[in-house]
Write a protein of this length. Structure first.
Length: 426
């Protein structure tokens, strides 16, 4: 019987998502259409595509490496071309991973994206129904990746301490979430969207706990190069997980999407670290997984050398923009403490903002876009249950974030009953 005659029962359970449009998504779509027709301004504070944020890309320097004639010869390597892996190893050397204590090209497997890297690791570590622990708040992409690989995700909380104004891993709840089918713990360093660095104390505890419980550690470092505060403390907290000793099997993921501001070029990697025997076995198995797909293209791999060597120029622009926008948010918080709170962030391209005072009915983010033409991401999109928390991008055009937030807090202050920033959803 043709699939279309069998109804939804003809599809796998792993793709049984609700594909309908949410009321928030509908509000944003309708606002964009209305703004285009009327010419009125829509304050979009969620723009995070670096190629559309007004940065100065050196087109000639970026596109020239794609013309390398060596790409005409097919010489597949499951782990990726040696030259590209050497360039990644040099990138980590710049982060303090020196010879003998950091990473070598043989410890790397190239992938087309960190999403593909996650999928490789889920297949490596988990049988169908096994579990991986993930932080919350967190980017919701992980849910879809786990569904596609028949892996179960269990969340452990990051909590914000209003006293010291820092995010922390809830260690007790993380350990309580470990079950007989847990295979790995995931860390995002720095976290998206909270901007939380996994500091030295938390890192030491994670490694000890994973060693004691027989778990692997998966670390996402895509925003590693974007501290929001400069100085010795930030440098110490923002060290890559590739540095130092590794008592447990550890996988570090990153790629050019954020490091070089090139999400369209589709190049990423997995770095495997840890005890020698376990690391070698993991890499041997990952090589078979990668060889099954051979997804990396030769022109991209050849160009990675140049792109990684030259990424500092664009990183500087993005870092300056994010730091300036974050400072602008902090100024607004000082000027309007009754209307907003900027939750402290260490690094990354996003900020979590708590807003006070809006109608109890409906969702704050949807109300803002429908009534005031200001687009923010609802905190619930990232798993935050507290009312009033929204997420904004820090890399949008200079000045727009501050102007849009001024409009938002000015309207919210007259919008309804004031509620506490940490009051959970009903």
């Amino acid at each position: 019987m043709p699939l279309y005659d069998r109804g939804v029962s003809g599809f796998s359970k792993r793709t049984g998502w609700d594909t309908g449009e949410s009321s928030y998504a509908a509000a944003v779509r309708e606002a964009r259409v209305a703004a285009q027709r009327s010419g009125e301004r829509l304050w979009d504070l969620t723009v995070s595509n670096p190629t559309k944020c007004g940065f100065d890309y050196d087109a000639e320097a970026l596109l020239r490496p794609l013309m390398d004639a060596r790409a005409l010869v097919y010489e597949p390597d499951p782990r990726g071309m040696m030259g590209a892996r050497e360039a990644v190893a040099r990138y980590y050397a710049g982060h303090g991973a020196g010879s003998g204590e950091g990473i070598s090209p043989d410890d790397l497997v190239l992938t087309t994206s960190t999403s593909e890297g996650y999928s490789f690791l889920f297949r490596l570590l988990c049988d169908a129904g096994d579990e991986v622990l993930v932080p919350q708040p967190s980017y919701p992409l992980f849910d879809f990746l786990a569904d596609l690989d028949d892996v179960q995700l269990k969340s452990y909380p990051l909590f914000y301490d209003p006293g010291d104004r820092r995010w922390w891993i809830d260690r007790a709840q993380l350990e309580a979430a470990i079950g007989p089918r847990t295979r790995a713990v995931m860390v995002v360093h720095p976290n998206n969207p909270t901007g939380h660095w996994t500091g030295a104390g938390e890192r030491a505890w994670l490694e000890e706990m994973c060693a004691r419980r027989g778990l692997a550690l998966i670390v996402d470092e895509v925003f590693l190069d974007y501290p929001l505060n400069e100085g010795p403390l930030s440098a110490e907290m923002g060290k890559s997980f590739v540095t130092g000793e590794h008592s447990v099997l550890t996988f570090v993921l990153s790629g050019l999407s954020k490091i070089a501001g090139l999400p369209q070029m589709k190049a990423a990697w997995i770095a495997a670290l840890g005890p020698e025997e376990a690391r070698r076995e993991a890499l041997a198995r990952l090589e078979v997984v990668a060889d099954t797909f051979l997804s990396m293209s030769a022109p991209i791999q050849l160009a990675m050398v140049s792109w990684l060597e030259g990424c500092g120029r664009l990183q500087g622009q993005i870092r300056a923009r994010a730091q300036a926008n974050y400072a602008a948010l902090k100024r607004l918080e000082t000027e309007h403490p009754e209307s907003m709170q900027v939750l402290e962030a260490d690094a990354g391209w996003s900020a979590v903002v708590g807003l006070r005072g809006w109608p109890r009915e409906g969702d704050l983010a949807e109300w803002l876009v429908r009534e005031r033409g200001v687009v923010v991401h609802p905190g619930g999109f990232y798993g935050m249950g507290e009312r009033g928390r929204v997420v904004v991008s820090l890399i949008g055009p200079a000045g727009e974030l501050e102007e849009g937030m001024q409009r938002a807090i000015g309207e919210i202050s007259t919008g309804g009953k004031v509620r506490g920033l940490h009051e959970p959803e009903e």
